[in-house]
Design a protein around this ligand. Structure first.
Ligand SMILES: [Zn+2]
Ligand SMILES: [Zn+2]
Length: 263
């Protein structure tokens, strides 16, 4: 079994065939998916999807692109929305200094509120970070990394130092289709060197379809292509990668229960 630890099933790209997308994921061995919230005002739609499908979990949070759209969301607001049993994490939130769709200070303030909600609830943070390694590491440390804060650096494409520092403080690192792209040798080298017990895989669908699907609309079933390349990076079997990343998923997202566990 594989887990797609980060997808966006609520996006309109899936409107015409959402049931089929979820079914194809199951048929391709993707046992669980986490549909990630990007705007708190869209949370109800994300929550409803997770309620509809047994093996779809969800999160609550504001993407850094949208930080300036939702500057009034408080830590208490976030905490209040985490009581739904299908909510397994907080985010995605973080810093994106590549697209700069919200001012840096607004991104940082919003990110801190998400991290404070994580510290209050014990839920993991889903971190979006792009071209912001220094500020990211500083803010994570100031808000509790190494002192109980848990989480994942999703769709990893940052520098080696950030990955190693986060892993040293108990974080996980998740790889998307970027891992499979020809130009991503540095990302593959980082994946090779990180401990297997801290790695996750994801699609970030509908974006970033892995090779050989690159350029198409992505969907959770395609996570197996990223898992296959991760197996090559680590020099282990695809079964070993599936087992490790699934086990890692349930260690980080402790509210998500394996099928048949009775939990
Ligand atoms: Zn992201
Ligand atoms: Zn995302």
């Amino acid at each position: 079994m594989l887990v797609d630890s980060h997808c966006h099933l609520d996006f309109p790209d899936f409107d015409s065939e959402r049931d089929a997308v979820v079914e194809r994921a199951r048929a391709n061995g993707v046992g669980h998916m986490v549909s990630i919230c990007t705007r708190i005002r869209r949370f109800e739609a994300v929550r409803a999807l997770a309620a509809q499908y047994e093996h779809v979990w969800c999160t609550v949070g504001t993407h850094p692109h949208s930080a300036a759209e939702e500057p009034d969301i408080t830590t208490d607001d976030i905490v209040a929305l985490t009581t739904d049993p299908k909510v397994v994490g907080i985010g995605e939130s973080g810093l994106d200094y590549h697209y700069n769709k919200s001012p840096h200070d607004v991104q940082q303030a919003g990110f801190r509120r998400h991290l404070q909600a994580c510290m209050q609830t014990g839920l993991p943070i889903i971190v979006h970070t792009r071209e912001a390694d220094d500020d990211m590491l500083r803010i994570l440390r100031e808000e509790g990394m190494g002192q109980g804060l848990t989480g994942v650096l999703h769709c990893f494409s940052s520098g080696r130092a950030l990955a190693e520092a986060a892993v040293a403080d108990g974080f996980f690192v998740s790889f998307s289709g970027i891992l499979t792209f020809r130009a991503s040798q540095e990302v593959r080298d980082i994946a090779r060197d990180l401990p297997l017990d801290r790695l996750l895989v994801e699609t970030d669908s509908p974006y970033l379809a892995p090779m050989p699907m690159r350029g198409k609309r992505n969907e959770p079933a395609f996570v197996r292509h990223t898992a296959r390349v991760l197996a090559e990076c680590k020099g282990v079997s695809e079964d070993a990668i599936a087992a490790a990343t699934t086990d890692n998923f349930f260690r980080l997202f402790t509210r998500a229960a394996p099928a048949g566990s009775g939990a």
